[in-house]
Unconditional design. Structure first.
Length: 249
């Protein structure tokens, strides 16, 4: 028996964008529900089974960040934000409010699909208790605390492992500097980003094939770090949201 199609809620006040996203998702096997306002989105999310929500920040009745915060208060479903706002401070704020990821407009459908698949995989690992995280040649067993690169066991210090563990639990999603510092060093060190830079450099020396050109532990400038997923995640439709008829910039 085949697995049920994942259900995505698309929240955007622009009908052209919703149509564009519906087409892209349905072509890739998703079931799509739509909402044009925050209130409609809240009703849909509470009355229907939803696996993931795509939320535009520019909603007519509320800022999308408020919708993110409200949904996150009662649901662990992945939330991906769409926005023309690209400031680092805004990205950090959204992630701290509970967004799993953000995509800045204009974007390609392939990029969004890749982010969606990453978020759904992370959610599935959390639900099933799956402990193995594989990223290219790197394997992390969260149950046994074993880390290997190309099947060769690595030796990590406790702090190095804890940093990698926090990133692996959110594999594919950006994790903010503040969250990493809080989880690894404690709440009194959330401003000590130099700690993070030093340990990220040490960790890359051990888990990257080429530490000077990292492909596994990648930097999100001004925001945080991400354990990258396979490039195959972006192999599908390369159509851009900017090509949708009537799409706002």
């Amino acid at each position: 028996m085949s697995e049920p199609a994942p259900i995505v809620l698309v929240v955007d006040d622009e009908i052209q964008i919703r149509r564009f996203l519906r087409t892209g998702f349905e072509l890739n096997g998703f079931v799509v529900h739509e909402a044009g306002t925050g209130a409609e989105a809240l009703r849909s999310a509470t009355l229907r089974p939803i696996d993931l929500a795509i939320i535009d920040l520019g909603l007519p009745d509320m800022d999308g960040s408020i919708l993110v915060e409200q949904i996150r208060s009662w649901s662990s479903m992945p939330l991906i934000v769409l926005s023309v706002r690209s400031s680092e401070a805004e990205k950090v704020r959204l992630l701290e409010l509970g967004a799993d990821d953000y995509v800045v407009k204009p974007f390609g459908m392939a990029e969004l699909l890749a982010r969606v698949r990453v978020a759904l995989r992370r959610q599935m690992r959390a639900v099933t208790g799956e402990s193995i995280v594989k990223i290219g040649p790197l394997t992390i067993d969260l149950a046994t605390r074993a880390v290997s690169l190309n099947e060769t066991r690595l030796t990590l210090t406790p702090k190095e492992y804890r940093l990698l563990q926090v990133l692996a639990q959110q594999a594919g999603n950006v994790v903010t500097h503040q969250h990493l510092l809080r989880e690894v060093w404690g709440s009194t060190h959330v401003q000590d980003t130099h700690y993070l830079r030093i340990f990220v450099r040490k960790l890359r020396q051990k888990i990257e094939i080429n530490p000077n050109s990292p492909r596994i532990l990648v930097t999100e400038l001004g925001v945080g770090y991400r354990l990258a997923q396979s490039a195959a995640d972006g192999e599908n439709n390369a159509l851009s949201v900017a090509e949708a008829p009537g799409a706002k910039p």
